[in-house]
Design a protein around this ligand. Structure first.
Ligand code: ATP
Ligand code: MG
Length: 393
């Protein structure tokens, strides 16, 4: 098709051109800001009247993600389109790709939308995953191997921040959990003996060239990412293995754009993939201040057909998530976190997403922290946590 040929042509789009993004959340906002810093204009499609990305975009199309007229308008205006939201309908991306460069493709995003499909793709790319079984009906829990217990029953689609997951010790508990999840398609995964967790952000250009960022070491609180640190503490063998696996996944998917692969490092030192995100990732926000070229600038460069940027960290760096909880005191009264106290600490930068309402567990922003050494970084993280009243992460 002529449209498809045009869409896949590897031509460079000069600054001033329009880039499009599906989704108006914080990832879209930070993408807009990076693209705009290079002189591109950004059009956001998001159904909400007001959104973090919508309020900084050069234009906002307020429409549903499957609104054909809005998608066609986006494709007509933009030289390239991306998504910041992995649950955007894959068919919307496929429609856009008929007439406009679309990165990533609807097919690649569809893989990440279903944990069962995702795991089989990871295995096909020869990347190890935890033992698991698809659970589509109650009977699947009777036939799955004993080795999957204790395990975690996860909904196959639409889970995030640990939502839609139940830890189960026995088959009987798994039956009850599947019922509680209303019988939606699930995956039962064997509980792994984790030592720690890391993730790797890959950028893969239109020409198939790739770069990977150094793995960040991630810690979670209440199922939500709390802190990502890149301070050289991941052993080189583990980091190299994870980067190789992430590249394999990107190549296997013939991926164009930014992709993040989350990994578990087991107590025996082995590296297994947990899941992939077809977009910039929360654990990659450190790249905004710890690298010359952030994951968001990389996303814009790929869309525009520009060369990929360097990914080395400039110094030890960390990213601390700011959840809505910080906007409430112990009595539940609203308050403003002590920004001056945080920014007084050398090496800190504040990134807020301009969300109008703080809610418990809602990602409101993050703080990037750099240090000249790993120990200076560690001390600064401790000081930031203490000013914010967080347990030392
Ligand atoms: P997010 O949106 O933060 O990526 P999610 O809802 O997609 O989360 P997962 O990444 O699958 O969920 O799991 C969330 C966390 O639960 C993991 O980061 C890990 O700490 C823990 N976890 C998940 N699966 C396993 C497992 N098989 N064994 C041990 N721990 C696990
Ligand atoms: Mg995860």
């Amino acid at each position: 098709m002529a449209g498809q040929a045009a869409a896949s042509r590897n031509v460079m789009a000069n600054p001033g051109a329009w880039l499009g993004v599906l989704g108006g959340g914080q990832l879209g906002r930070m993408f807009c800001q990076s693209a705009q810093a290079m002189g591109y204009r950004v059009m956001v499609l998001d159904p909400a009247q007001s959104s973090p990305a919508g309020m900084v975009a050069d234009a906002h199309l307020c429409a549903a993600y499957d609104d054909a007229a809005a998608l066609d308008q986006l494709a007509a205006q933009c030289v390239a389109i991306t998504t910041e939201f992995e649950n955007v309908p894959a068919d919307s991306l496929r429609r856009l790709a008929m007439s406009c460069r679309t990165t990533p493709s609807g097919d690649a995003v569809a893989v990440a939308q279903d944990r069962t499909v995702e795991k089989s793709w990871l295995q096909a790319a020869q990347v190890p995953v935890a033992p698991h079984a698809a659970v589509l009906q109650m009977a699947d829990l009777d036939t799955c191997p004993d080795a999957l217990f204790p395990g975690i029953l996860k909904t196959a689609c639409l889970g995030y921040d640990g939502k839609g997951q139940v830890r189960v010790q026995t088959r009987a508990q798994a039956h009850a959990a599947f019922k509680a999840l209303k019988g939606v398609a699930c995956v039962l995964e064997a509980l792994q003996p984790l030592d720690y967790e890391i993730s790797v952000v890959v950028a893969r250009g239109l020409d198939g060239r790739t770069v990977t960022y150094p793995p960040s070491r991630n810690s979670h609180r209440d199922g939500i990412l709390a802190l990502s640190v890149v301070d050289g503490s991941v052993p080189a063998t583990v980091a190299d293995q994870a980067r190789q696996y992430a590249l394999r996944v990107a190549d296997h998917l013939d991926y164009h754009g930014i992709l993040c692969v989350e990994f578990f490092i087991l107590q025996d030192g082995s590296v297994i993939a947990n899941e992939i995100a077809p977009r910039p990732h929360n654990s990659g926000h450190y790249t905004q201040d710890g690298c010359l070229v952030s994951q968001f600038e990389q996303q814009a460069r790929i869309m525009a057909g520009l060369p990929l940027g360097v990914t080395d960290t400039l110094c030890p760096v960390a990213m601390l998530n700011l959840l809505g909880n910080l906007w409430f005191d112990a009595q539940g009264a609203q308050r403003e976190p002590d920004w001056a106290g945080v920014l007084e600490i050398p090496g800190t930068r504040l990134h807020l997403y301009a969300k109008t309402e703080a809610r418990l567990g809602r990602k409101m922003g993050h703080i990037n922290i750099i240090g000249a050494t790993a120990s200076q970084l560690r001390a600064r993280i401790g000081r930031v946590c203490s000013v914010l009243g967080l347990p030392d992460a």
